[in-house]
Design a protein around this ligand. Structure first.
Ligand code: MG
Ligand code: MG
Length: 273
């Protein structure tokens, strides 16, 4: 099956409910991510928080993944397994989280700085987040999947960064990964047509250096081939009445980190759902 599963507005409301639990989980974690915290502690906090919100962790047991969070510090791109190692000042850490409620998944991610980070690394984080919103802006009727990837790739490669090829965004709904695949690279006007009722997880994975990656021996963690840092940001978005509608939000994170951003504003159209 490689046709997108189109959702009704009622189903999109349910996906937004699950995504909101993930958004709040990431917001809760934002205040815990400080030098000295272990990634396993973050994992336990997230699992408790999700269950307290009458949902279940979306990743735990999915494809036999052992934890609630994918926690990927520094040169790890995605799919890192939480462990007892403390984070240290100057690290960055991608936290990817899923939740399932009412039979629908939410799935999104944010890369956090741990204390003060190097200015070059901060620019990598900012650029990757900007590219996510540039991709979201292309998720509209009249465009194709390649328009999303083109916008992300163009923004990041113009800064000299590497765009990961092997891992991609995806459709989202009653299963975590549905068609279509959403590459973070592409050509304008290429790929599947974007349709009302599509729900996508758009998730640029952007490397400071080479786009090439390798897998660690744990069978999960993906790491950059040159060991330079990698950033990852992910949102869930529904296509309604021709335009993108954010189902996830970073506002809970922003309020903890003191970030005043209007990046989400064009994509929040809550009157529709
Ligand atoms: Mg994810
Ligand atoms: Mg995803």
């Amino acid at each position: 099956m490689n046709r997108a599963v189109l959702k009704s507005k009622e189903e999109i409301k349910l996906i937004r409910e699950s995504a909101t639990i993930v958004s709040k989980t990431l917001g809760m974690l934002a205040s815990e991510i400080t030098p000295g915290v272990t990634t396993l502690k973050l994992d336990k906090l997230a699992e408790t928080f999700i269950r307290d919100n009458d949902a279940k962790p979306g990743f735990l047991g999915l494809y036999d993944f052992p934890n609630t969070l994918c926690v990927s510090p520094n040169s790890q791109v995605v799919h890192g397994i939480p462990n007892d190692n403390p984070l240290i000042e100057g690290d960055i850490v991608s936290i990817d989280c899923g939740a399932i409620k009412n039979g629908f998944y939410g799935d999104h991610a944010y890369t956090f700085p741990v204390g003060e980070v190097d200015s070059k690394v901060k620019i990598l984080l900012d650029t990757t987040k900007e590219s996510l919103y540039k991709g979201i802006a292309e998720f509209k009727v009249g465009n194709r999947i390649g328009d999303i990837g083109y916008a992300i790739q163009n923004h990041c490669e113009s800064k000299g960064y590497g765009v990961v090829r092997e891992l991609v965004g995806h459709g989202l709904g009653k299963t975590m990964h549905e068609p279509p695949e959403v590459p973070n690279y592409g050509r304008r006007g290429q790929g599947k047509k974007l349709e009302n009722g599509m729900v996508l997880a758009i998730e640029p994975m952007i490397n400071m250096g080479t786009h090439k990656i390798k897998q660690l021996k744990d069978g999960w963690s993906i790491i950059t081939k040159d060991n330079l840092p990698s950033a990852h940001f992910e949102h869930n978005i529904a296509l309604i009445d021709g335009k993108p509608n954010l189902l996830s939000t970073f506002m809970y994170i922003d309020s903890v980190l003191g970030i005043n951003s209007s990046q989400e504003t064009p994509f929040i159209r809550s009157e529709i759902i």
